[in-house]
Design a protein around this ligand. Sequence first.
Ligand code: AMP
Ligand code: TRP
Length: 329
Amino acid sequence: MHSKKRVFSGLRPTGRMHLGNYLGAIRNWVAMQETRDCVYGVVDYHAITTPFNPEELRSDVREMVLDLLAVGVDPDRSALIIQSQLPEHTELAWILGTITPISWLERVPTFKEKSEMHPDYLHLGLLSYPVLMAADILLYGANEVPVGDDQLPHLELTREIVRRFNHMFGETFVEPQAYFQKDSARIMSLSQPEKKMSKTLGPDSYIALGDAPDAIRKKIRKAVTDVGPSEESMSPGVNNLFRLLSLVGGQEEHTRLMDDYEAGTLRYVDLKDTTAEAIIAFLEPIRQRREELAADEEALDHAVQSGHELASQMARETMANVRAVLGVG
Ligand code: AMP
Ligand code: TRP
């Protein structure tokens, strides 16, 4: 019997990792390696559900792997995989698709959002996106899934799929739980602080892990603070800056500036400059580590090869069981 908890999570290769990804989810990927058996995936089949450039996709995958290694995902302890290299992901997704009612998928908030954002790119794959995500998780029997809170509806759907499958064919899959910290599960956009930090809102909305110090200073200076003249409580933008400051290790400055805020003497420019410098200092070791790794092609190849073997074996075992249960193959 397997004693350690199992973990799976995925990241879409859409350019570089940003601070929302890192603080919301990926730092938990790193922490969970200490006590659990983890499989982490760069999910390129998810990336092709929204408009993309085939020429950039391969290099985006590489950039994401580099970012993951730079923040501390350790390929000697966790299996790091590229989703499209393991055909079991799409195979299981097909099977799960045959028991997932369309009405469940039409309810998923990200489906509504993405179809509104790209009305001319509506397709079956966008609708069944969460089914592929369920397959990713179930293939490795994951109990826990570290994600930001935008993924909670997808995880709920995964659990519904598990219950339905087990009900129809007998106990086969375990129900996974989302794993996140309340204070960082949703980092807000710098330019539109009522929305989550995301690449789709444009470069001023997020800090990428690779942003140069000057770019970080500029973006934080431009961050929206007040929305109107008569605010009773802290505005979402100011709240987000305070939260970022604390999450990147500026607790002392956080306390000092919060005192100013409460006394009504806070200058937003001080909050911004302090937050920018704290973010720059926080990202510096990651930037250095990434630079070293980028020059080391072998380390990069090793990182995805070692995980592939292990993950592939787990995936094949799951599929053998699923095929047997279904009477196919
Ligand atoms: P994605 O870039 O959409 O593949 O997201 C990768 C991971 O980062 C997922 O677990 C997301 O839930 C998480 N994530 C993305 N944006 C944010 C955000 N603004 N705040 C917290 N977590 C986020
Ligand atoms: N849907 C996730 C996102 O948009 C990415 C993802 C794909 C994922 N498969 C997964 C996350 C499995 C956790 C587990 O960010």
